[in-house]
Design a protein around this ligand. Sequence first.
Ligand SMILES: [Cu+2]
Length: 495
Amino acid sequence: MFTRREVLISGMGLAALAGLSTGVGGGVRASEGRVRHEVGSPEGKAMLELYREAVKLMRDEAKFPRHDPRSWKFQANIHWVHPDDDSEEALQAIFSTTGLSPDEAEKVLRHRALAIGATSRTWSTCQHVDAVEYYFLGWHRLYLWHFEQIVSSLVGQDFALPYWDYGKNGSSEHRALPIEFRESIGGSQAANPLWYEHRNPEMNKENGAGEMDPADVSPSAAFQSAGLYLPDTRKGFNSLLNTSPHGNVHVAIGGPGEDPGMGTVPTAGRDPVFWVHHCNIDRLWEIWRRSEKGKADETTFRDEWKGATFAFSDPMGELSEMEAARALDLSSLSYDYDDLAAVVTPVGAAAASGGKIIAHLASSVPMEIVGRGGAASLEKSTAIGGFDTSQAKAASVELEVRARGNPGDRFDVYLAFPKQAQFKEKEVRVGRFNVFGATTKRDPGGATFFFSLDASNALKDIIERGLDGVTVRVSPATKQTSSPIYLDDLKLVLN
Ligand SMILES: [Cu+2]
């Protein structure tokens, strides 16, 4: 689709554009049939080069001052306001009108209204707030779309966001950050607009970079779901995809310290990799929507869902309001994906609701997991007495987890077995969860998360071993955790 020559020409166009003192004009370019490609494909790589130039431009505060809705940090603040900008003092600096002409001052105040106005607010609207995150997928789709329009306008030609398919072929190379986001330019990573300082240092190396775990990137639990939203919300596609791969990938890329970049909601939008990650989440949703289950369940929530309206910025930096309903009609948004092949999930895995609770590990005293200077873990043993496991077809571990801050890691749940000479495996990993979003839910007692992890494989082991008791172990996945999580409830459920 793109020849090398076309890419070079677009680069020249940008150089000319960079000479302009204000904005870009021209409004939205025709966007019929824009196709989003995978980052490693020739088309995706060509788009990454356009993206790189756009990020550089949006970060240039001489061309796009902080009050401009097209500036990099304003766009990130739409997702959630960064802690650096979350004070009256910061707002006064960003939207200062001192020394401006009346026209300029009027524009700055319009931009302020677009950021935090009572009826046109765009900042901190990413919908990672309530327990269900009802508009998680819909809001991010519209956010991405507006961002894509802005980039398209900035680069002066049609631009389609590329997506990072970290699950591609199940191969490890795709689980490393795409090289464009960590390569040096002229000998310096910092000179690369797609590089970002606040990442997990292992993932951010130019050579020999770390890879995410298959458990971080797996959408299989989500695709086994019976519906987008279910009465038990933790089992709906929306929530399951939010956990994996969405939140796991965020936390895996996030860095240490006060500003973990991708690791928390208020800091995530400043990392350029945010957009290609969310583009993949959007693609996975579209695969679901076109599946038989997806088509069937959309009729059940559609009317109630589509009434909401969200505010964004258009390519001119003006208010653009859009109804959620638009997110359910890709043709109205004029884009598509190059690959929407069905996601294949393991056969016979748990998708059922209900079931018999055979082990309930809730304690009246919350079980706290925090690791400092090493991986701390929590173990709880439980008996399976009184239940004929041989009758069970599926199993799940269901958790209620609370967090007040950012623990800086994902957590793995294992079922561990008593030592038996004939079995090599001492434990089976049931799944992985994260509390990405803990810092935005802002409940005084801590944000609550619900998880349901498929334990059918572990169940097979229990049956084969003829066990009448197991130990559940919860442990930080890789890094040191810096803030505790509390396990308020943990159940082993058989279906
Ligand atoms: Cu996200």
